[in-house]
Ligand binder design. Structure first.
Ligand SMILES: O=C(O)CCC(=O)C(=O)O
Ligand SMILES: [Fe+2]
Length: 350
């Protein structure tokens, strides 16, 4: 049986969880139990099983995900609202490169604190479309179907339709001359159905490619174009001359080298890519289609189900990601992203 269990007198502890595990109830999510109102445990449907339960962490703890593919880790025991010491920032930085997605749980921070925290890892980008930037903080990209006044926007609204770009596999800012190195992403209003964020480990995908395929793709370059992704969702308000000038069409290596880890990965950003340089559109689509099919196998994915207080930090140099669709007409979803500017891509080619 799968069910929702609430209101445990005396709170939830490991023994309670163990007792539930022995009962007929299948526990599918018990994370964060120690951080919320004592006695409330949500055991939810259609989630991966969560094998262990944590005690509340009093100091920084980084736990690799329990799903076994070395993608993502949970971070507990710190408060992102405070200025963190350089040693903590270094530890977070290294874990971010290692695990690619960090999940900071139980964080309750403002936009200004999000900007401040993100800045500790480098300079920030501003999103090229003004309509989806926060007025108060230009560095915040609002991924939201709710406006800043709290109004639920209709599904056909320009900014809601732009969200559909994020609902296709991509690497943030791959359409820039200098693509982003990572993002901090904070859930503010969450959907209970849909709206998960999925990540794909492009380093592992590259590593597992047959040698002949690696040899084939290593020297290739691809064209990335912001307008290609905008066209993919159709009929958006045209960019202003200034917005357009900020995102000229660019070319990048198809295989990149991570500047910190030195590992190679596919630089695969399907929604922003138009074609591979020097190939016919048909051949290019065939090769890209083959690589995408290989990449999106379950063994390379981490699927994040959002929980209140979650802040994610992901590495755009080794991952692609997308958001799962949700019923935009009925559900509200508000997420704020800060984006780290990157470095020029080092090619793996000859
Ligand atoms: O909404 C999401 O879950 C992901 C959005 C996204 O792709 C982004 O903000 O970069
Ligand atoms: Fe994204």
């Amino acid at each position: 049986m799968i069910g929702i269990v609430r209101s445990f007198a005396g709170g939830i502890n490991v023994n309670t969880i163990k007792a539930l595990e022995r009962s007929s109830v299948v526990i599918q999510e018990a994370k964060n139990y120690a951080c919320r109102t004592p006695g409330v445990l949500l055991i939810n449907c259609d989630l991966v099983e969560y094998p262990s339960v944590w005690e509340y962490a009093m100091s920084l703890e980084i736990r690799p995900n329990p799903y076994g593919n070395h993608l993502s880790a949970e971070v507990r025991g710190i408060d992102l609202a405070h200025t963190l010491d350089p040693e903590t920032i270094r530890t977070i930085h290294d874990a971010w490169v290692d695990y690619k997605v960090l999940i900071f749980v139980d964080q309750h921070i403002s936009d200004a604190q999000q900007v401040e925290f993100t800045r500790r890892f480098g300079a920030l980008e501003e999103f090229p479309m003004k309509a989806v930037r926060s007025d108060a903080h230009n560095e915040i990209f609002r991924v939201s179907n709710v406006d800043t006044q709290g109004q639920h926007l209709p599904a056909e609204h320009n900014t809601v339709r732009y969200l559909h770009v994020t609902q296709k596999w991509h690497i943030d800012s791959s359409y820039r001359e200098i693509p982003s190195k990572g993002a901090v992403f904070r859930g503010i209003e969450l959907t209970r159905h849909g709206g998960e964020t999925w990540f794909c480990d492009l380093e592992q995908v590259y590593e597992d490619l047959p040698a002949a395929m690696r040899k084939r793709v290593d020297p290739l370059r691809a064209v990335h174009d912001f307008e290609v992704s905008r066209r993919a969702v159709g009929n958006l308000t045209p960019l202003s001359a200034e917005e357009k000038a900020a995102v000229p069409v660019v070319e990048h290596p198809l295989v990149r080298v991570h500047p910190v880890s030195g590992r190679r990965s596919l630089f695969l950003s399907p929604v922003h890519m138009s074609h591979i340089v020097g190939m016919s559109i048909a051949d290019s689509s065939m090769l890209l289609g083959e690589l995408i099919d290989l990449a999106v196998q379950d063994k390379y994915l981490y699927k994040h189900r959002w929980w209140p207080g979650d802040v994610l930090m992901w590495d755009n140099r080794s991952l692609m990601h997308w958001a799962q669709p949700f019923d935009e007409g009925v559900l509200r979803r508000v997420m704020h992203r800060t984006t780290l500017a990157g470095e020029r891509i080092a090619s793996a080619g000859p």
